[in-house]
Design a protein around this ligand. Structure first.
Ligand code: NDP
Length: 277
């Protein structure tokens, strides 16, 4: 599998698995644990979760699915802005670790800027790092102006990644903040890489996939992975789809296929406010 360099140098997989909407209903518990486990077995060892998802339930699903394979994984979780004071990040992180059943996160993100005092958040992240509770920290849903504010805070330029809404049908970030991030060597984690499933109904994408003997999801994920500094984190509660999504790592789109996707999903002419879900 391709690797992407975090700002700071460590290489991590360019494809992982998301967990939003997991851990919400007891009736889905076993299926979700099985799906995350199937993803790990297929090779999707980067797992994205958050204290927000299922009110902690998604982290519990990940912990259960992980079992004894902690060392093979790259675990990402996120803190709410209202928990992201210097002292707050510690309490939130410890609670996440408890739910995940581990002693460390590989990457801890501020979920969105909200009312967070960035200096306090960074100071809190640095403490967690010093004590080994997290290896890296980063942000999510930050536009270029937010990133510039972060870079102005002591230690703020140690941010490892920015997680953003990005897929073939939503390319606004190519105007802001991707250029800023590329200038500063900051990779993007693309959330909703399948447009929450809706993108996959697009007739042109379906036709392209069929002609090339791949699935629409694989085409969408391969497009993201064709960029050197983008990590895609599709979510599925189906074990079969985990294998399908993982196989996108083997798909290399050629120039003609990339051009066809560009025609089907052109980059918007102008930027706009940062898209979020
Ligand atoms: P995705 O774009 O990953 O789409 C998920 C949907 O696509 C689900 O309905 C899933 O259904 C379906 N799906 C998955 N694989 C396939 C496939 N191969 N074929 C057909 N359908 C498929 O949306 P998400 O919103 O889940 O985003 C991905 C992850 O990004 C989240 O889970 C979360 O970890 C993160 N995220 C972060 C945000 C942030 O603010 N930082 C915001 C939103 C998401 P099914 O499960 O039934 O297979």
């Amino acid at each position: 599998m391709k690797q992407v360099k975090l700002h700071g140098g460590e290489r991590i997989p360019a494809l992982g698995q998301g967990t939003w909407r997991m851990g919400e209903r007891t009736s889905d518990h076993n299926r979700e644990v099985a799906a995350v486990r199937a993803g790990i077995e297929a090779g999707l060892t980067l797992i994205d979760t958050a204290e927000m998802y299922g009110n902690g339930g998604a982290e519990r699903i990940v912990g259960e699915a992980m079992g004894h394979r902690r060392d093979e994984l790259f675990l990402v979780s996120k803190v709410f802005p209202h928990n992201a004071s210097r002292a707050g990040v510690r309490a939130a992180c410890e609670a996440s670790l408890e739910r995940l059943g581990t002693d460390r996160l590989d990457l801890y993100l501020l979920h969105w800027r909200g009312s967070a005092d960035l200096a306090g958040t960074v100071a809190g992240f640095e403490e967690l790092q010093r004590e080994g509770l997290i290896h890296h920290w980063g942000v999510s849903n930050f536009d270029a102006a937010d990133l510039a504010d972060l870079w102005a805070v002591p230690g703020g330029d140690a941010c490892s990644a920015n997680q953003l809404l990005y897929h073939l049908g939503e390319r606004t970030i190519e105007h802001d903040p991707l250029p800023w991030m590329r200038q500063h060597g900051l990779p993007a984690m693309a959330y909703c890489p399948l447009g929450q499933g809706r993108l996959l109904e697009q007739p042109g994408l379906r036709a392209l996939a069929e002609r090339n003997d791949i699935t629409p999801a694989q085409a969408a994920l391969a497009w993201l992975q064709s960029q050197d500094d983008v990590i895609a984190i599709p979510k599925t509660s189906s074990p079969e789809r985990q294998a399908e999504n993982h196989a996108s790592a083997e798909v290399t789109l050629n120039r003609d296929q990339l051009d066809e996707l560009e025609q089907l999903f052109p980059r918007p002419k102008a930027g706009g406010p940062l898209p979020i879900v």
